[in-house]
Structure formats: structure tokens, C-alpha cells
Ligand binder design. Structure first.
Ligand code: PLP
Length: 385
């Protein structure tokens, strides 16, 4: 990876030291151009499904490539929350069962499961709290998951303290008890390589507007092909049936050349069964460009760069005696570093005035550099602190 070229392709780098990729990732020019082309197409032609539908299919394919999955295992949804809802409405629950989750999960991946308990769909939600080092230890998962566990849902990386979860180990425990494993890879994908098959997760959700540097309004849901047929969404729409327009494109049939069979509602045999109505085409076209851009890089190389800049940041923070709230064991590291700050708004404003972007959190500052950041930019941040 030639970092000078990469930085030219990411315009924000010439304007500010940008360290909020865990909030919103800045676009590359590839993404901006793809969205611009779509806008021109819309302006000039109005509706153009013949061009757009294949792009929607291709965006799913690109996402599949990112996680080592086939296009038939991927659904395109507007956000991570709706992807999680799709799973929650579809997974068959064991009678009187429990759901095991981590308090390090993003709130959506917690609220949704409390709701299942309130609706009387499960007996118990086991919310595992981190210990004083910011980690939910493996033995806590081991104790909580049992034969009555229907779902284990966890984030690859915690949005709140940057702790990387031991997905493979937890998945193994969950599968020993025949539980369905859902993993949210929003803070993992684009930072380090992820292979859904090797991690053996059953369902995976991810948006594109953070570390993948795509727009808001596009997210993906992966379901392992062996588990697809046991999941029946509690909703259906014209894009989720077997004979949908997008399935007609795949089969090279005329989009609107035949009437739709309205005598029944047959879910698609692939993951499009989780889709409902029309997509945010502009977002998906941006997402496709973002995925193609990310796929140009070696994912391990990206991770090495992320570790290099975050190591530099951590060393500098330690020298300044800043209290770091992120677990620092090498197998727990991600792109997120959080440190204590008793007046985070003042720090945020001061840094912003110096063209340095971080995130202000509860009595803390979250710094989330990416592969395109440099150690010189980290030095600038450290000097400002
Ligand atoms: C790990 C994680 N999952 C999900 C979300 C929410 O995603 P969405 O707004 O696409 O539902 C966030 C937002 O910050 C997040 O950090």
C-alpha cells in the first residue's frame, strides 16, 4: 500500500487529522464519484432499474468477498439495526429459553433482546458485564451459555472501549449448546480481516459508514447458507419473495414481463428473504464503491497500519500519564483507543479548532485512527493534548 497515494484518494486527509472512524468514516474519491454518477444518471434518465438492480446484487457480492461468503448468503438492508431486527424476527427460539449478550455491545444489540423478553418470547436475557479491565472474560460466557440458550449475540469490537471479542472461542461454546450466534462486525470489518466461515458465526451484520468509509443508509446481513432455510422472517415484501424483480435479474428474466404470483407469499431461497421494500439505491451504490475500495487493500496490511498508529498513540498517552480505558492485551486490540478526560467537551472543542477530529464520550475521549492515518498526525494530537 502506497500511503501517499491512499491519502490523496481520501480528501479529508488534506483538511484535518481525522480520528473518528468509529463514528463516521470519510469517503474516498471512488465513493464520491460513484454517488455523483448515480445522481447524474437519475437526473438524466429518471428510473433506471436495469442499471441499478445489477449494482445492488454486485454490492452484496462485494460484501460477501469481504467476509468470505457467497452472494446468496447476503441481504442488503438500510442499517445494522434493521439487520438485527431481521434476525430477531426469524430465529426459532427454544421453549423457555435465554439469550446471552455482552454489555459491551452497541445498545441496539441489547435493547432488541430485552424486548424479546418483554414480549414473552424468551424467559431470560443474560447481560454479561465487563470486569475492571474492560473485558468480559471467556469463563463468564462459558457460565452463562447453556442448553437453554437460543441466541448469543456479540460485537466483534466494542464501540465503547474498543475491546476485541474472542468470537471464535465464544462461537464454539455457543454451538456446543446449539445456540445461534450473531456477530456485529461494524468496528471490525475494514480494520482487520474477517472470515465469517472461519469464525463460524451463523449471522453477521455490518454497516458501511464507519471503517468501510461508505455512506449512511446501507448495511449487510450474512446468514450461513446451511441455516438460511430454518429462518423465516416475521415479515415479507416484494423484494423478499422468491419471484422478486431482483431474483428475475439473477435468472436473466424480464423484470416486469410476467405478473407476480399473489396467490401465496414464498420467501426467497437466498438471503434476499430478509429484504422488504425498495433500497436506498444511492447509498448502496456508494457502499459498493466503498467495498471495492476496501477490497483493493490487503486487510492484514491495513490492520498492521492501524496497530502501528494506535501503538504510537498509546505510547504517547502513557508518557502523558493519561488513563487508558481500552484493554491493551495484543489479542484485544482494535482501531479504537479510549482515554479518561474529565472535560471531554472542552478537549473536543480545542482539538476541533486545531483541525483534529476525535469523539467526546462520557468523561472520556475516543480516538479511532485508521490505516490512512500517520504517526505524524498522532504526534499532532499528542502535542495538542
Ligand atoms: C457496533 C455498532 N452496531 C450498530 C450501530 C448502529 O448502526 P445503525 O445505525 O446502522 O443501526 C452502531 C453505531 O454506532 C455500532 O457502533
Amino acid at each position: 500500500m502506497n500511503i501517499d497515494i491512499v491519502r490523496k484518494e481520501i480528501p479529508v486527509t488534506s483538511r484535518r487529522a481525522y480520528f473518528d472512524n468509529a463514528g463516521t468514516g470519510p469517503p474516498s474519491i471512488n465513493v464520491l464519484n460513484a454517488i455523483h454518477e448515480y445522481m447524474s444518471d437519475w437526473r438524466d434518465y429518471g428510473e433506471n432499474w436495469e442499471e441499478w438492480l445489477p449494482m445492488i446484487i454486485d454490492s452484496r457480492r462485494q460484501f460477501g468477498k469481504m467476509i468470505g461468503a457467497g452472494v446468496e448468503e447476503i441481504a442488503s438492508l438500510p442499517n445494522v439495526t434493521s439487520a438485527l431486527i431481521a434476525l430477531a424476527s426469524s430465529i426459532k427460539l427454544k421453549p423457555d429459553s435465554n439469550i446471552v449478550i455482552s454489555a459491551l455491545n452497541f445498545p441496539t444489540n441489547i435493547y432488541l433482546w430485552h424486548l424479546q423478553r418483554k414480549l414473552g418470547r424468551v424467559r431470560d436475557v443474560r447481560l454479561l458485564r465487563p470486569d475492571s479491565t474492560g473485558i468480559v472474560p471467556l469463563d463468564a460466557w462459558e457460565k452463562a451459555i447453556d442448553d437453554n440458550t437460543s441466541i448469543v449475540s456479540l460485537d466483534y469490537v466494542s464501540w465503547t472501549n474498543g475491546c476485541r471479542e474472542k468470537i471464535r472461542e465464544i462461537t464454539k461454546i455457543a454451538h456446543e449448546h446449539n445456540a445461534f450466534v450473531i456477530a456485529d462486525s461494524f468496528h471490525g470489518l475494514g480494520v482487520f480481516p474477517i472470515n465469517a466461515k472461519q469464525d463460524d458465526v451463523d449471522g453477521l451484520v455490518c454497516g458501511v459508514y464507519k471503517w468501510l468509509q461508505g455512506p449512511h443508509g446501507a448495511a449487510y446481513l450474512y446468514v450461513h447458507k446451511d441455516r438460511l432455510n430454518e429462518l423465516s422472517p416475521g415479515y415479507i415484501g416484494w423484494h423478499g419473495v422468491e419471484d422478486s424483480v431482483v431474483r428475475r435479474v439473477t435468472k436473466q428474466q424480464d423484470l416486469f414481463g410476467m405478473p407476480f404470483d399473489i396467490s401465496d407469499a414464498v420467501p426467497a431461497s437466498d438471503a434476499t428473504r430478509f429484504e422488504g421494500g425498495s433500497w436506498g439505491v444511492v447509498s448502496i451504490i456508494g457502499a459498493k464503491a466503498a467495498l471495492e475500495y476496501a477490497l483493493k487493500h490487503d486487510q492484514q496490511e491495513r490492520y498492521h497500519r492501524v496497530l502501528k498508529v494506535t501503538d504510537h498513540l498509546i505510547d504517547g498517552l502513557k508518557r502523558k500519564d493519561r488513563k487508558i480505558l481500552t484493554p491493551l492485551h495484543s489479542d484485544r486490540r482494535s482501531g479504537i483507543v479510549v482515554f479518561e478526560d474529565l472535560d471531554p467537551h472542552a478537549t473536543f472543542d480545542k482539538l476541533k479548532s486545531l483541525n483534529i477530529t476525535v469523539a467526546s464520550r462520557v468523561k472520556a475521549i475516543r480516538v479511532s485512527p485508521h490505516y490512512y492515518n500517520t504517526e505524524e498526525e498522532i504526534d499532532k494530537l499528542l502535542a495538542a493534548l
